[in-house]
Design a protein around this ligand. Sequence first.
Ligand code: GTP
Ligand code: MG
Length: 491
Amino acid sequence: MLSSGIRINQTCRQTDLISFLRSFITEVTPIRERRPTSTKALNNVCSRHFSASCSSRARLPYFHKQLKKKPKSENNPMKEAVELDHANLATKPASISKSSSLPSSSPSILSSSEGSSTPSISKRQAFKSITPPTKLMNEIRILGLGAKAETWSFDNSDRGNKTIRPWDKKLSPDEWKQQQRENRLPAKKVWFEQKTKKIVEKEEVKFPGMRFVAGASTMKSVPHEEALLKLIRPNLFDELEEIDRLLKDSRESLSSSSPFPQDQESSSIATARLKLSPEEIKELEAKKRAKEWEIKDSVLQEIAIVGRSNVGKSTMLNTLTDSPNTARVSSKPGLTRQLNFYRCGEKFVVVDMPGYGFAFAKEEDKNNWKELIEEYLSSRKTLRRIYVMIDARHGLKVADKEFLSMLDSKSKKFQVVLTKCDLVNPPDLARCYMLVQEELKKTYRHAISERLLMISSYTGAGMNNLRKDMLFVLGYDILVRDRERPKSTLR
Ligand SMILES: Nc1nc2c(ncn2[C@@H]2O[C@H](COP(=O)(O)OP(=O)(O)OP(=O)(O)O)[C@@H](O)[C@H]2O)c(=O)[nH]1
Ligand SMILES: [Mg+2]
């Protein structure tokens, strides 16, 4: 349709537009046809060439497919073109680099439910009309965001394509050759050599001292039962005190009742007096041990990763640790179904969580996950930061907004991370960034809205910023080597 041609010249003035059309008409008009001189003649030629039954379609420029669609209401495409141009100019916002807020004239595109103030402009058009600030664009470019991950198609086509992720690049040249021989990787050595250079550069940027984050060997998944035990209860210390008191009481009553030193036999007499069976005492002692273990373990600071199902939480953890095996990932939403605690040496713990929103799981299961997540986030004392992952292709969805409201109502501070940035082009990424930031500033009091993080788990872009942020949150003292650290009294 005509608007497609107009969009190229969206910012042009009316006179420019007409001259553009003139040149266009010269291009498509058969030579024997005389060039139109008056506006009326120009309109006539336009309508002839833009009609669906145009016989000279083969001469139309590359966007002829869109031109085929004739506008419904208007017969005169020239008139519509000018009107549309005016509309575009009217709604085109000024650059928002300074204020970093959306212009009031642009239609509301923050929420899907809200209607646009100017119905002639689609949501997509309004989104495209946002001009991202140069600073943000530069940051995106420097970080290498918005760049597609390498995809290899195998010589043998039925093997399909393979997207190269950061950990795939970690093969040594010998391993790479071996894989090539087995036909598991494309036979293109040149590429690997070039990329090797890139990896070296990337390694250098890696934050010094964060090696324990990168090393997969130091990240161990805590078994599920233990992980559940780690769900701290606010009155944990009170419970421990209560057990201590009970056990002490039983001992005191024993010593007061008998002048002889405490032995196994007298112990049973004391328990009889206190009406505690030996099993009960054993149980109490086991409980005490469990609670002590729980307290000891919860000394480590924690970082929680939350987000919609399939947003890339587990993949991010894999990239963070440079290993494909840290967490299991799947293209099907709903793979992670429990709280997984990944202990990073003796430094801190990263918690991977089930997602909210759509997932291939029973409704009941999803409700349970939600409860579990909410309980964990609201009661965990050692939790230092919540990273909320948002898909950069979609921005804030309804499920995200609900979840963020829940966090806000519980006064939990959170940092938003835009993921899958390799699937969005840099300007769109910048626009998404601005929209999300604006929404956070407007609606959520506990959001860290000064800066959003952007990452791609496939290219590894933005990962160092995430690492630095974690380091900042956890405190730089975690970089102190173990032997220099004062031993905790709880250990
Ligand atoms: N292109 C691209 N794909 C990604 C990226 N991160 C994750 N994915 C893909 O997204 C899909 C989901 O990834 P997961 O890490 O399992 O997502 P999740 O959030 O843990 O999902 P649940 O465990 O179901 O909540 C997988 O197919 C990943 O390969 C990324 O940065 N870029
Ligand atoms: Mg997962």
